[in-house]
Write a new protein. Structure first.
Length: 364
């Protein structure tokens, strides 16, 4: 590696966004223990797996986790090697745009030459070597072209629950491939998603990004000035962030970085992912992680399935027996049980909303 390459690597940071409530994974996920802190595959938690994937790319000293204050103890417990000062606390939940402006300011204060890669804490990714290669390539593109970089996932189905990115001209023809982004498309209807799948010009939007902090600051100043001011406020704080800055943060609208910036920016590059990716959006995504039997069933814990097809069963402390059903989700926990059609797994949040309105409040 050249001296220039080694110098660039010394300024690379990885950011893990560990906020979010994971309402679609009730009853395993709760307000005090969201999805990212669960070991859904039986070993490490999603947060721990995310940090483990990033360790070959950046040292602990340049790994940053951003989370709300009430989840800070969980982060520290699950990532004991994370330097205490590298846990950045959000003043309030205001979406990924405000979150990344905040942590971008924190990193810029520490290292004005820094580049930062951003990852949600609750994705499942396999083929770690290919993931590492894609992230290193994304850093190189961000540092060479002064562009905002995202990762696009080649679609395997006409998925209507994801956003899409239309790709344009290629930046390189190696592996992984890199293209300029033509446009971002929010969750399409089924007919449009089928057209996207056939065209091969559209990728799923993964919600993972890489950019230089100086480029992020410039882009926010142009397209989202209020977020640029947040980055300045949190970047200027030498010790404690001022109460005025925290109040300004809380007044921000809750918006994603895609809507606030990526859809508007002029120079966005897309690394075409070569790794296996699952955003673990609901219980319906779990069979892809656990594997299935010949009838398409997926089960963990103390379970017994008889004459079932396409059914997911998560056992806890007792036996869960399921007989003669198709396409169900059954999740047992010590104090609650979920049963729903598999194609309604995305709607589990409605149960959490109902509980939050006052009914059976003790289960929140």
């Amino acid at each position: 590696m050249s001296a220039r390459g080694r110098s660039a690597q010394a300024h690379r940071y990885a950011v893990i966004m560990a906020g979010g409530v994971g309402t679609r994974f009730w009853p395993q996920s709760r307000r005090r223990r969201p999805k990212q802190f669960l070991a859904l595959e039986g070993g490490r938690t999603l947060l721990q797996e995310t940090a483990r994937r990033l360790r070959p790319i950046v040292p602990w000293s340049r790994m940053v986790v951003v989370a709300p204050r009430d989840l800070a103890p969980l982060v520290r417990r699950q990532l004991p090697a994370l330097p205490r000062t590298n846990l950045v606390i959000e003043p309030a939940a205001r979406g990924t745009a405000a979150c990344l402006a905040l942590v971008g300011g924190w990193i810029a204060r520490r290292d004005p030459r820094a580049s930062m890669a951003v990852f949600p804490a609750d994705h499942a990714i396999r083929a770690a070597d290919r993931f590492e290669r894609c992230v290193r390539r994304a850093f190189e593109v961000a540092e060479t072209h002064d562009s905002l970089v995202t990762f696009g996932i080649p679609p395997t189905a006409p998925e209507t629950g994801y956003g899409y990115i239309e790709i344009g001209a290629a930046l390189n023809r190696g592996t992984p491939r890199v293209h300029w982004a033509e446009r971002f498309v929010e969750k399409p209807d089924l007919r449009t998603a089928r057209r996207f799948l056939v065209s091969r010009r559209y990728l799923w939007n993964s919600g993972m990004f890489v950019w230089r902090v100086a480029v992020l600051r410039s882009a926010l100043e142009r397209h989202a000035p209020a977020l640029g001011r947040v980055m300045d406020d949190f970047g200027a704080a030498r010790r404690a962030v001022t109460a005025k800055a925290r109040r300004g943060y809380r007044r921000l609208p809750a918006v994603s970085i895609d809507v606030a910036l990526m859809e508007r920016a002029e120079r966005v590059a897309v690394v075409v992912a070569t790794f296996d990716w699952n955003d673990v959006g609901s219980w319906a995504a779990i069979p892809a992680l656990w594997g299935t039997d010949g009838a398409g069933n997926a089960a963990r814990g103390r379970t017994l399935l008889v004459d079932c097809r396409g059914t997911l069963v998560h056992g806890s402390t007792r036996l869960v027996a399921v007989l003669g059903v198709d396409d169900l989700v059954v999740v047992d926990s010590p104090d609650a049980v979920l049963v729903c059609p598999r194609d309604r797994a995305q709607d589990v949040r409605r149960i959490v909303d109902a509980l939050g309105s006052g009914r059976l409040r003790r289960f929140r």
